[in-house]
Design a protein around this ligand. Structure first.
Ligand code: AGP
Length: 364
């Protein structure tokens, strides 16, 4: 390919650092005079009754965040499925349904199967894609391009950020068109999404800290990622990134769910990474992490600046810039991407081309 790594050792780290710019590109041309413009969305926005989302891997994780944002900002009901499952379950379609598929490549076979299923039922499909002119772009009724530019590393990083941004924009657009937010509220939200790139930039400055922590835990064989609310899908993304780049066994748990069985796995060899960015949930998450610490697991806490008081007793704390809870995933994921990257580097894996993986999975 014609992309080059510039001063970076791998595409993955180059693309992690391209996050803020990619976010600005996603916003490009989509906000004017404090209004969101999506010219290509040619279906009846006001008549949407229910939204379905389907995607795989990282795109699915972005969808989980998108679901929460759409539900919160618009009051619309959203169902989300792994595309590989959605394609083969009975969906009770109704008039006014919309399917959103999310895919970097636009070629993933599982996601295409989900798209075809909706098309066969006469349901409109909106695709959130990165690669222009892909198969999904041709079949979908409307496309929102993430405009992130080419992503070479098999592990998706900058595109994940832009998928979140596209979903946030869409949530705000739906709210704007359906009148579920006041103008003042809309202005505040728009201001937050247009300045969030600066917070991502700040989170990237954590690179030396995260590198050092990864060096310390490089021999870890088991990692648990925990979070509540918006932190939970980010924990899932952090676990996937670590698995695929460094081959470390990693799982994500909703912080409150661990005690219902999986906590039995904990011992001194497990590394637990807790995410604490949700103001209303921080106390509960920390009480779950405290429980884990008392079982002897090693812990890293990724904590929002204003929530520091909850994390004081922890030795390994990564402080991330303050953000509104709904936008926190854009910031929280950054140290997780950096952690996965440095773990891979320290463990000597093929960072940009992990074993058994391809950029677009074109078989079901
Ligand atoms: C991401 O790091 C993975 N390589 C993978 O989960 C990917 O997100 C998934 O295969 C979906 O690909 P797509 O976005 O091109 O459809």
């Amino acid at each position: 390919n014609c992309e080059d790594k510039g001063d970076f050792e791998h595409f993955m780290i180059k693309e992690i650092f391209a996050g803020p710019k990619a976010l600005r590109q996603t916003l490009n041309g989509r906000i004017k005079d404090n209004k969101i413009i999506f010219s290509g969305l040619n279906f009846e926005i006001k008549n949407i009754n229910k939204i379905f989302i389907a995607g795989c891997g990282t795109a699915y994780h972005a969808g989980l965040v998108g679901r929460k944002a759409i539900e919160e900002l618009t009051g619309l009901q959203v169902e989300i499925d792994l595309a590989s499952e959605f394609a083969y379950r009975r969906v009770l379609w109704q008039a006014g349904d919309l399917l959103i598929v999310i895919s970097q490549s636009g070629e993933t076979a599982d996601t295409l199967a989900a798209l075809y299923k909706a098309k066969q039922a006469g349901i409109p499909v909106l695709a959130i894609l990165n690669v222009p002119g892909s198969t999904m772009a041709r079949w979908a009724d409307a496309v929102i391009y993430t405009q992130a530019g080419p992503e070479i590393s098999i592990a998706s990083t900058k595109v994940y950020l832009t998928q979140l941004m596209a979903l946030y924009l869409l949530a705000l657009y739906l709210a704007q068109e359906r009148g579920t937010l006041s103008e003042a509220e809309l202005n505040t939200y728009i201001k937050s999404i247009t300045t969030i790139d600066q917070k991502v930039e700040k989170a990237l400055a954590l690179q030396p800290t995260v590198k050092e922590i990864a060096g310390y835990y490089r021999d870890t064989d088991n990692a648990f990622f925990l979070g509540r609310g918006y932190d939970y899908p980010v924990a899932m993304e952090g676990a996937l990134k670590l698995k695929e780049t460094s081959y470390v066994h990693a799982e994500a748990y909703a912080a409150g769910e661990l005690k219902h069985g999986s906590i039995a796995l904990l011992n001194g060899d497990v590394l637990v990474i807790g995410l604490v960015s949700q103001d209303a949930l921080a106390e509960k998450t920390m009480s779950n992490i405290d429980e884990i610490k008392s079982r002897g697991a090693q812990t890293i806490v990724i904590c929002k600046e204003s929530l520091q008081k909850y994390c004081q007793e922890y030795e390994k704390v990564i402080i991330i810039p303050d953000t509104e809870p709904w936008l926190a995933p854009l910031v929280t994921v950054v140290p997780l991407q950096l952690f996965a990257y440095y773990m891979a580097v320290f463990r000597g894996t093929e960072v940009d081309n992990p074993r058994h993986l391809t950029k677009a999975v074109t078989v079901e």
